[in-house]
Structures are given as structure tokens and as C-alpha cells.
Design a protein around this ligand. Structure first.
Ligand SMILES: [Ca+2]
Ligand SMILES: [Ca+2]
Length: 291
């Protein structure tokens, strides 16, 4: 069944189940700027957007400091620090998804930050790597640009490609206790046409950020649809109600056609291996630590 038919069938079920009207939304847009960070209503770090693109500079050591992070003044407790963790191995675009790179034989990515005259660095590994933190400014803002450098294992130039980095942010405050962010991603490009780069960014948006496996059994089927149906047209979905029990897949505050289309476009598909490896519960063996 194609996507259009699937949406139509599921919508007919919902129409006969509920009387309220449906709403349409525009497509999510991708933009390349800093990540905006703030605390949400549940004292968790919120990062927006969840996916950004970036370009390595082949003329400057395969380095970039984009995207950065920015917040309003007063966003975070003064005296606290914000840090990052690397959630997974560096991955490379294959045209249909991302392959895991072996840090012993393939490219790695190093994250760096200059403290006065000292560089802190942190390199991607085979899985989770604990990063380092940088103090919040005196006005409670955090506007920082970390450096990202692509390296090959043999000190030759790294290969052209589109590379995926998965991160989370944490805050060191204990009063209030602040929850780490959800995963977010940077899709770096080195020498590949921009159309392919945008396709890879879009893939991350569709496959890693807004996974419609609500019941979390590895398949998108009627069990997931049942959860969505039970929340159909509910509004005020936010962190306090776990975005309407997960049915607000797009996390825009309401359960509507946009969420239904996420289920329909993945209807009866298993979550493939690459998606599974990128799921949120993926703290893997071989965890490392930087500083
Ligand atoms: Ca499911
Ligand atoms: Ca929604």
C-alpha cells in the first residue's frame, strides 16, 4: 500500500472514531544556524533544531566551529556549566543511511574548546564518549562554538563524505537538578554535493528524530496507531505529559495529521538496524571519557 492510501485508510478509521476536525501543517524546515538552547518546563535542556548541517573546511585542517550553541540571558543557573557527551560512533552516509565507522581504521572526529591557553579535546570512539563542560556566562547565557576536526587514522587527509555526529548536552547544576537534552545531530559535509548533504540531513530528521514506533517493539503497526488514535486531536502535548504519551511525534504540541503521516510513511516497516543503533537507548560498550 502506498503512503497516500495508508494515510487515507488510517484517516477514515480516525474520522469514524472521532468527530473533531483534522488540521494540516506545513513541512518541517531545516536551517543552518546555531542550536538554540533553553530549559523546558520540566527542567530539561531543550535543543532546537534537533539536526543541523555543517561543512568542514578542507583548506583549514578539516575543521569547523559551526554550528554553535546560543541561549538567552538567564537561561541557565550562573555558576553552573554546560557539557556535552558523544552518544555514538561517528557515522558516514551511504546514500540510504549511515554506516558506523571503525575508529581504529577509519575517520574520527575531535571536538575541541580553548580554555585560556589550554585546549580541551574529545574524540569519537566506538560508542558513547563522555565529553567535557564549559561554564555558563555571568548573565546565565551559554553562547559557545566548539571546534570539530575530521581526522583519518593514518594522518592522511580524511576522505570526502557526509559524517554524522550524535550529541547530548547536560548541565552541572544540582539546584535545580537539570535533565540532559534529548539526542541531537550534526551532519558534516566534506566535499560532497550539497543536494546529497541535504538528503542526508533530511534522512536524520525522518529516521532518527521523529521515530513513530510509539509502542517500541521495532515495528510500525496498529499498536502504534492505537496509541495515536487514543490521543487523536489532543492538544497541550508537552514534556509534562510525555508529549501525549508519545503520540505527538512531531512534538509541536498537538496530535494531528502530521503525526499520522509519520506513522503512515513507515507503515508496517520494521525499524532497520541503522535506526535501531541510533535509538535513544544506545549507550554501548567501549564507553570512553575526554577532558
Ligand atoms: Ca511499534
Ligand atoms: Ca504533533
Amino acid at each position: 500500500m502506498n503512503i497516500f492510501k495508508t494515510v487515507t485508510v488510517l484517516l477514515v478509521i480516525l474520522t469514524f472514531s472521532f468527530s473533531a476536525p483534522a488540521y494540516a501543517h506545513g513541512a518541517p524546515n531545516l536551517h543552518e544556524a546555531d542550536f538554540e538552547i533553553e530549559l523546558d518546563d520540566c527542567n530539561a535542556i531543550h535543543v532546537e533544531p534537533h539536526v543541523l548541517g555543517s561543512e568542514f573546511d578542507a583548506l583549514f585542517f578539516f575543521w569547523t566551529d559551526e554550528p554553535g550553541f546560543d541561549s538567552n540571558a538567564g537561561a541557565f543557573p550562573t555558576g553552573s556549566s554546560i557539557g556535552f557527551n558523544i552518544l555514538d560512533a561517528l557515522k558516514k552516509w551511504n546514500g540510504n543511511g549511515f554506516d558506523i565507522l571503525d575508529p581504529n581504521t577509519e575517520e574520527t572526529l575531535t571536538i575541541s574548546f580553548l580554555f585560556g591557553s589550554t585546549f580541551a579535546t574529545c574524540e569519537t570512539g566506538a560508542g558513547f564518549v563522555e565529553g567535557f563542560d564549559v561554564p555558563v556566562a555571568a548573565d546565565g547565557s551559554w553562547h559557545k562554538h566548539l571546534g570539530y576536526t575530521l581526522s583519518s587514522v593514518d594522518n592522511n587527509d580524511p576522505n570526502s563524505g557526509i559524517y554524522l555526529l550524535a550529541l547530548e548536552l547536560y548541565n552541572t547544576s544540582s539546584e535545580p537538578n537539570i535533565t540532559s537534552s534529548n539526542p541531537f545531530w550534526i551532519v558534516f559535509n566534506l566535499g560532497i554535493p550539497e543536494d546529497d548533504h541535504h538528503e542526508a540531513i533530511h534522512w536524520v530528521e525522518e529516521n532518527l528524530y521523529q521515530l513513530p514506533d510509539l509502542e517500541q517493539d521495532g515495528y510500525i503497526d496498529f499498536k502504534d496507531f492505537a496509541i495515536l488514535a487514543s490521543q487523536w486531536l489532543h492538544t497541550n502535548c508537552d514534556c509534562r505529559n510525555h508529549f501525549c504519551n508519545g503520540a505527538d511525534i512531531t512534538k509541536d504540541g498537538r496530535v494531528d495529521l502530521l503525526d499520522l503521516s509519520k506513522i503512515a510513511s513507515n507503515w508496517l516497516k520494521p525499524i532497520d538496524d541503522s535506526k535501531e543503533e541510533n535509538s535513544l537507548n544506545q549507550i554501548v560498550d567501549g564507553a570512553g571519557r575526554c577532558g
